[in-house]
Structures are given as C-alpha cells and as structure tokens.
Design a protein around this ligand. Structure first.
Ligand code: PLP
Length: 392
C-alpha cells in the first residue's frame, strides 16, 4: 500500500475461482506461534487434521499433505504410481486438464489425449471406447479433472468409474478435485478413485500453499513398482511418519493451523450444507446470466459447476476490458478466460466462504460493469437472482 496506490475503503471482492476468500477465523488461526514439528503438540494437530480431512474427501485411506500448489499434487500422483514411458489416458476438458497433461508429457509418460471443445465434461462413452480398444492394458492410468475451472463444467466421476469397471480395465483412476472439493459432492472411496488430487486455496478457504493426494490401497500397491526417481514426493516416508502425526520434513505449520480451523468450520456447518450452499449460489449466478441474455460456456445443464460460472461475451466484446473496468470502479476481481478462451469469457467464482449477500454484491458489480462497457445485455439479471435467493 502506498499513497500512489491509495487505500480503497471496504472489502475487496475476490470473486475468482481460487484463491478464494480466506475467512478471518482462518487468518487468525494461522497467526499463532510456530511450534516444534517433532513435538507432541504437533502430532495431535496432524492426527486431528487427517481425521477431519478424511470426512471431506470421504476417504478411509491415507491422505498426504504437501507444501505445494495443486500442480505439485498432479506431479506427485503421477510420479508415485507410474514409470517413464507408461501410457495414460487424459481428456481435454479445458485449461487445467491441459496443464496436467503437460506435466505428464514432461515426465515422459505417453499421453493418449482425447481432444475436447472446452465446453463440457468427459464423455463416458469415449472412456469406454478407449479402454475397450486397449486390449493389452497398456493404459496405466485414467486422468480426469472433476471440475474444470476454466469452463465451469463438472464431470460425473461416478459414471466414469462405472465405465472403467464395465470394461474390466485395471488402469488407476486419478481425479483432480482441486476446485470441486468442499463445493460439490466428492466420494473418494465410493467412486473408486485411486488418487484424488486437491489443493488448499479453493473450497478449503485457505491461502495457496498446500496440496493433497488421497490414495487408495491399489495406488499404494502400484507405488511399490514405480520406476520414477523421486524423493520429496515419496508416499513411503509420508505413510510411516503420518501414522504418528509427523512428516518426513518440516511441514507448513501455520498453513496446517489454518487447515485445522477450516476443517472445523466445514464440519460445524456440515458438509452436506456446504455443498447445498454452493449449489444454490451457483444457481443464483446462472439465473442472473440467463436474465442478462448471456451464454454459459458450459453446454450441459447436468454438468454445471458449483464452484464457478464461465460467461461468454457477445461477439466483438472483450471480457478482459469488462473485468478491468469492474476492478477499477468496484474493486472486484473476476476470473479471466484461460488459454483458448482468453478474452472470450469472464468467470464468476462462487467458491469457499461465500453467502447470499456476497453473491448479490458480486452479481450487481457484474451488471454495473456490463452497463459501463456498452455490452449488449438485458437489464434485470440481478433482480432475477435476488428473487431466487429470497424464496422462502
Ligand atoms: C486451481 C486448480 C489447480 C491448481 O493449480 P495450482 O495453481 O498449481 O494450485 C488444479 N486443477 C484445477 C482444476 C484447478 O482449478
């Protein structure tokens, strides 16, 4: 903060789909003295976190926490289970699926890449087709992004699992739940996911800096024969030390304080309620978008995301110009269009610590921005959303 960059009164509206708003309670929890990571108090902290975390992933198997962004979680999932040259099946649902594929490419995995239009989730029929064609079981893993944050499309993970099972294919099932965890229903065990990857800065309401691997017994078996050289990411050392509440290296103590508080908050609201709240605010957003007469990038209603809505700009109008004006005039950040849809869409994040009035303020900011930039739209989208939110 400086005098040339003066203080702006009131709260900044951080309406990007991650990092999400960090509640004051979590900020305060992190502002505690760092403690001995080999002491007894630390073990208690870790064991408490792991128990509460298992009820967010719905996983009875181990969940490893690393000081890293989500990208580290992708790399760790691949490194621990596969070997150089292994084949993996991946789907171009959007920007994040493409980034994960790039990680696989750099690790010299052979990626069977199913191209997509960035407007829908993974097509289960294609999963069946590709796995059935792989008679020799050369595909070692199926990589799926649950909520593709660049498009706002959520893939039906249970349906993908069913498609894998129907072909009797032994491939591991890896799912990126970075922007869906604690926003949409997620069932690590029941959906037969082998590695779930997530991160701290979305539904978990924390600053960036932690990533997660929830790991099935089958994935741990695969890890025994992995031929990738790796050390920092090794699940083996984590597994042993985590059992007693410790880590193989100095963990991110203060982020763990925050995580502990975030998990307490989520469970006290109730996971079902957390997910219902996200679904409701996502619906309010789509109601406004429809009222404005603008198009949702996600094509299929049954794939609409609880975390983010990507809105297509009318032909000839620049989404980044709209975002910049909204930032300058109303101190609100909206998500930019990523990769192939840069400038064509803006994204409204409705993720994490978020309520009706924050949603109303966000949508109002968007409608005022549309007005200021002369984008053709119908007035009243906000009103439609408010009516939806005010229903008894
Ligand atoms: C945010 C996000 C990531 C995380 O990426 P990092 O920037 O490395 O934390 C990964 N996948 C999806 C779907 C995301 O939304």
């Amino acid at each position: 903060m400086s005098e040339t960059n003066p203080y702006q009164a009131g709260r900044h509206f951080l309406q990007i789909p991650g990092p999400s708003n960090v509640p004051d309670r979590i900020l305060r929890a992190m502002a505690q003295p760092t403690i001995d990571h080999r002491g007894p108090q630390f073990a208690e902290l870790t064991l408490g976190i792991l128990e509460k975390l298992s009820r967010v992933f719905n996983s009875s198997s181990p969940i490893f926490i690393y000081p890293a962004s989500g990208t580290g979680g992708w790399e760790s999932a691949l490194l621990n289970t596969l070997s150089p040259g292994d084949k993996v099946l991946a789907f171009e649902t959007g920007h994040f699926a493409t980034l994960w594929k790039n990680v696989a490419d750099k690790l010299k995995l052979e990626v069977e890449w199913v191209e997509g239009d960035w407007r829908s989730g993974i097509d289960t029929a294609v999963v069946s087709e590709r796995l059935s064609a792989d008679k020799k079981h050369q595909i070692k893993a199926v990589m799926a992004v649950h909520t593709e944050t660049s498009s706002g499309a959520t893939t039906n993970i249970a349906a993908i699992r069913a498609a894998i099972d129907a072909t009797n294919h032994p491939a591991l099932f890896m799912v990126d739940a970075v922007s869906s965890l604690a926003c949409s229903e997620f069932q690590h065990d029941d959906w037969g996911v082998d590695v779930t990857i997530s991160a701290s800065q979305k539904g978990l309401m924390l600053p960036p800096g932690l990533c997660f691997n929830a790991v099935s017994a089958k994935a741990l078996e695969y890890a025994k024969t992995s031929e990738f050289g790796h050390s920092y990411w090794s699940w083996t050392a984590m597994l042993e030390l985590n059992k007693r509440g410790y880590f193989p290296y100095t963990p991110a103590t203060n982020l763990l304080y925050g995580l502990d508080e975030a998990l307490t908050m989520l469970h006290s609201e109730g996971m079902n309620q957390v997910i219902k709240r996200h679904a409701r605010l996502a619906h309010a957003t789509r109601t406004a978008v429809e009222g404005w007469g603008l198009e949702n990038l996600c094509l299929n209603a049954d794939e609409y995301s609880n975390s983010t809505t990507a809105v297509l700009m009318p032909e000839g109008h620049d989404a980044d110009k709209l975002r910049n004006i909204i930032l300058e005039r109303f101190n609100m950040s909206l998500g930019m269009g990523l990769g192939k849809v840069k400038g064509k869409v803006f994204r409204i994040g409705h993720i994490g610590d978020f309520n009706d009035l924050m949603m109303a303020g966000t949508l109002s900011g968007v409608e005022m921005g549309l007005n200021l930039t002369n984008v053709p739209y119908n007035k009243g989208g906000v009103n439609d959303a408010l009516e939806y939110l005010a229903k008894p």
